[in-house]
Design a protein around this ligand. Structure first.
Ligand code: DGL
Length: 259
């Protein structure tokens, strides 16, 4: 039987920032979330590793007859989507994050304005944001800032730690020094850190999670009158995942699955 659930994938709790936006506007849908906690962080892995992890998760969704997948992860969208799109063409429709939201991220920017991208090493090195944003405005400056370490702060709930704040300050100062007009939260773990970011540099922040939720909603019909379901799968430490999830989403139960 065809399953009309939406599959969401990420390396860990970050993807819940996307799920929470989707759930807010389409509470009647069924969601299957996969957090690859065994392989987190993705951002420091090779493109080949990221491709293989993502392929396995998509195969897991396909085995459950899921027909729609949302990459709740910038890193997989940046380095693995182009190849995976062909591979899964007839099996599952994929919504990549960066490619889907780029047009909206450039809104309001004038020629020569700088937009800063806070993201993982793999996303920054791929230059995917530069490529996609410049399709909509070739005259903006795209400043990529490698924020390696931010994912660990979120996964391990180290928000109050002195070193965490120092690291965040160091990265945000780069955006400030370059007078960035807008900052993209280019990793789905980062919306958890928005208050800290704003305390250091209070400009406009673009959260791709809100935008991709709207895009998916436009394409899919909601199952009115039917209560949606939520299923969570992780590849390691389900209890830790549930704890870290708290700020984003109330995850009650996560099933452990080896893929
Ligand atoms: N949350 C993911 C992203 O948006 C992956 C972060 C990571 O595991 O390094 O890029």
């Amino acid at each position: 039987m065809i399953n009309n659930s939406i599959g969401l994938l990420d390396s860990g709790v970050g993807g819940l920032s996307v799920l929470s936006e989707l759930y807010k506007i389409m509470p009647n849908k069924n969601y299957v979330f996969f957090g690859d906690t065994k392989n987190v962080p993705y951002g420091t892995k090779t493109s080949e590793e990221i491709f293989n992890y993502t392929k396995d998760i998509l195969n897991f969704f396909v085995s459950k007859n899921i027909k729609t997948a949302v990459f709740a992860c910038n890193t997989t969208s940046a380095v693995a989507y182009d190849k995976l799109k062909e591979y899964f063409e007839d099996k599952i429709k994929i919504y990549p994050l960066i490619q889907s939201v780029a047009k909206y991220a450039t809104e309001g920017l004038k020629n020569n304005d700088t937009i800063a991208i806070l993201a993982t090493k793999a996303t920054i090195n791929s230059k995917k944001y530069d490529e996609e944003l410049k399709k909509y405005n070739p005259n903006i400056n795209v400043l990529g800032i490698d924020c390696t370490g931010f994912v660990e702060i979120v996964e391990n709930r180290l928000y109050d730690n002195k070193e965490s704040i120092e690291l965040i300050k160091e990265k945000l100062e780069i955006a400030k020094k370059n007078n960035a007009k807008k900052i993209v939260l280019g990793c789905t773990h980062y919306p958890y850190l928005i208050d800290i970011f704003k305390n250091i540099y209070n400009v406009e922040y673009f959260n791709p999670a809100n935008t991709i939720a709207q895009i998916v909603k436009q394409d899919l019909n909601d199952n009115f009158n039917q209560k949606g379901t939520l299923e969570f799968y992780v590849s390691k430490n389900p209890n830790d995942f549930i704890l870290s999830a708290k700020t984003f989403f109330d995850v009650k139960e996560a099933k452990l699955i080896e893929i």
